[in-house]
Each structure stands twice: as C-alpha cells, then as structure tokens.
Write a new protein. Structure first.
Length: 64
C-alpha cells in the first residue's frame, strides 16, 4: 500500500474495462467515530475504495 494519502481524480468512466467496489463507508468528521461529514446543503459524504481494470495502449491489460 502507498503512503501518498488519499487522492481524488476526475475520470472518464469509459476508460475502464471493469470496476469493483471493495469498500463503501460514510466519511466521518475529523476526530469523530460516529458523526458523518456533510456538504453545506446537508448531503452526506461517502468514501469508496475501488479496484479498476483498464486497457493500456499496446493491448496489455493491467489491474490497479
């Protein structure tokens, strides 16, 4: 596992040959074990961990 910390990407979903959800959980407020973080309009935030497969140029397949 990497020590780079969380990363956010804006991606084209058609880039992937498959997507598998590994974990989905509410994003908790800093220092809390129970309070879910929300946007200003009240929409709750979530954290997703996924595995994706994609076709690289040259025809080789990789999974991250």
């Amino acid at each position: 596992m990497s020590n780079q910390g969380p990363m956010n990407f804006k991606i084209d979903p058609t880039s992937f040959t498959m997507v598998m959800v590994m974990d989905l959980a509410p994003k908790l407020k800093f220092g809390s074990d129970t309070d879910q973080e929300c946007l200003r309009n009240g929409t709750p935030k979530w954290v997703a961990q996924v595995t994706v497969g994609f076709q690289a140029s040259g025809g080789r397949r990789f999974r991250c």
